[in-house]
Design a protein around this ligand. Structure first.
Ligand code: 13P
Length: 228
């Protein structure tokens, strides 16, 4: 069984839609990440799924969240630096949350041949402020050029995604960080493309944006993850 993280981003704008989608996504092994404003309503609507947030905030554990996405490209685009991300990871860990760190290169970085350099810097800095033995974390490889909201997004090829994840894993193993890390992929995952990623042994789950807004689609992706 592999994990599915549903990142609704800012696409769900009413409480009624948040509750309906939460009920339709209420599966064990699925982490639902609604906008911050709907955390309480979603928490009350789910029994089997876990609750995640889209960014660190001090009230998350009190509101029942267990997971938090940190370093998403939407935040990096707004100027969030690797140092701020490292600080948020440390705060999340000390609050008892499971961080889902997002890393990934932009198209210009990829085209300039800087992917490895970028991933190395993002990983090393992000993990620099947490103790070597700590709670489990997730690291999501999300190439910015593959995220559906990026103009001209093209999905990553599963074999290349698995290679990048192998590189990320290598970077983590070079550092002092020794906790359990699970590696996941995100970027234009749909019910049609999910299988190609899930069949890769070193991809242990998926971060799903746009497709997670549709109950049938996210259920289908989750069902594939159960068999993987
Ligand atoms: P899409 O699945 O819409 O490409 O979004 C991916 C993402 O950013 C999840 O965090």
């Amino acid at each position: 069984m592999k994990i599915i993280i549903a990142n609704w981003k800012a696409k769900i704008t009413t409480e009624a839609d948040a509750v309906a989608l939460a009920r339709g996504s209420d599966k064990e092994g699925l982490v639902v990440c609604p906008p911050h404003a709907f955390l309480d309503e979603v928490r009350a609507a789910i029994v089997h799924a876990s609750l995640g947030a889209q960014d660190y905030a001090p009230d998350l554990s009190a509101r029942g969240a267990t997971h938090v996405i940190i370093g998403h490209s939407d935040r990096r685009r707004e100027g969030e630096t690797d140092d701020v991300i490292a600080e948020k990871i440390a705060l999340a860990v000390s609050d008892g949350l499971i961080p889902i760190l997002c890393v990934g290169e932009t198209k210009p970085e990829r085209d300039a041949g800087e992917t490895h350099e970028v991933l190395k810097r993002q990983i090393r800095t992000a993990l620099s402020r947490i103790p070597a033995e700590t709670a489990p974390i997730f690291i999501g490889y999300e190439p910015v050029w593959a995220i559906s909201t990026t103009p001209g997004a093209e999905p990553e090829n599963p074999t290349d995604a698995a290679r990048k994840i192998a590189f990320i894993r290598e970077q983590v193993s070079h550092g002092s960080y020794r906790a359990m890390v699970s590696y996941i992929y995100g970027g234009s995952v749909t019910a049609t493309t999910a299988g190609g990623f899930l069949e890769k042994e070193n991809i242990q789950g998926l971060l799903v944006g746009g497709a997670s807004l549709h109950e049938k689609e996210i259920t289908n992706i989750w069902q594939q993850a159960q068999k993987a």
